[in-house]
Design a protein. Structure first.
Length: 300
């Protein structure tokens, strides 16, 4: 998101095996991604609001890995009595978050803090809701980060963790060029890349990705999981189509050396804006993805 997109993600800019990214340059792409996925996050925030256990309600929210702040502002709308703190390690992204909050008339309730996770969690102050969307897998020691999240919660407070789900699909299995099943092969290549990315993170520790168990190990009471579907059928609106093109361009960048030559050639055609069979023109491009939310509470 995604820090939400702080340390590295398959959406981001870098060499084929890089785990370092120019987050400032990625700001516009991160905004596109958050805007297209906003319905998912709005549904999730409403689901969380129904399950709040904090006696005082939600008065302070930490958006860990806020990126450029679109979701931060959505959280401010979802929890109108709360101060929302955008937390990220990239000052340029937080400048975007601040500007967005001001434009949205939310400047009085949205703050920004530059901080790295998990080392600087202690500087963030208490919260009734710690929101971390697609960010924990960018932290080497995920267990330590979750323990840090738990330590920030006021009695009855909630951790909301977006991790996992189903990989996105954008094209039919056979879309008329190249071998059928391209996206399945891209997913396999991305999974290999993700494993290498995780192993290269500072202080990386392997974990079984049982998020409820990890939340419980952090001293919290698991409150359930739910997956939220983004289902945008063809023909896509312009913003969503643009995001698909950006996503495939990123997949070519990080996966080209893991793919057969014919799949690379297919990607090149898909990314050719002048090609009628390319993503920019073809009528059958869609977006279908599920993101999974896990919540847990500090005992009241």
């Amino acid at each position: 998101m995604t820090d939400s997109h702080r340390h590295t993600h398959s959406h981001h800019h870098g060499s084929h095996h890089s785990t370092d990214f120019d987050w400032d340059a990625l700001g516009t792409h991160l905004e596109h991604e958050a805007e297209v996925n906003r319905p998912v996050y709005e549904q999730a925030a409403a689901w969380i609001a129904e399950r709040v256990r904090a006696p005082q309600g939600v008065r302070r929210v930490l958006d860990i890995g806020s990126g450029p702040g679109l979701i931060t502002c959505m959280l401010a709308e979802a929890f109108p009595d709360a101060e929302i703190v955008a937390v990220d390690g990239t000052p340029a992204l937080l400048e975007r978050a601040r500007a967005r909050a001001e434009r949205s008339g939310l400047g009085e309730r949205v703050r920004t803090l530059v901080a790295e996770v998990p080392d600087e969690l202690g500087s963030l102050g208490e919260a009734d809701l710690v929101w971390a969307a697609n960010s924990l897998h960018h932290v080497g020691d995920q267990r330590a980060a979750l323990t840090g999240f738990a330590g920030l919660l006021r009695p009855g407070g909630t951790v909301a963790l977006f991790e996992g789900g189903l990989a996105p699909r954008h094209l039919p299995r056979d879309f008329g060029i190249g071998r059928p099943g391209l996206e399945a092969r891209l997913e396999a290549a991305r999974s290999e890349w993700f494993t290498e990315m995780r192993e290269a993170l500072p202080g990386a520790k392997p974990e079984v990705e049982d998020w409820s168990a990890l939340l419980a190990a952090a001293g919290l009471t698991p409150g359930g999981s739910r997956s939220f579907l983004l289902d945008l059928p063809a023909p896509l609106p312009a913003a969503a189509r643009e995001l698909v093109v950006e996503t495939f361009a990123r997949q070519r960048e990080v996966s080209a050396d893991r793919l057969a030559d014919d799949d690379v050639a297919t990607l090149e055609r898909l990314l050719d804006a002048r090609d009628p069979a390319g993503l920019a023109q073809r009528p059958d491009v869609f977006m279908l993805q599920a993101r999974t939310l896990h919540i847990a509470h500090r005992p009241a």
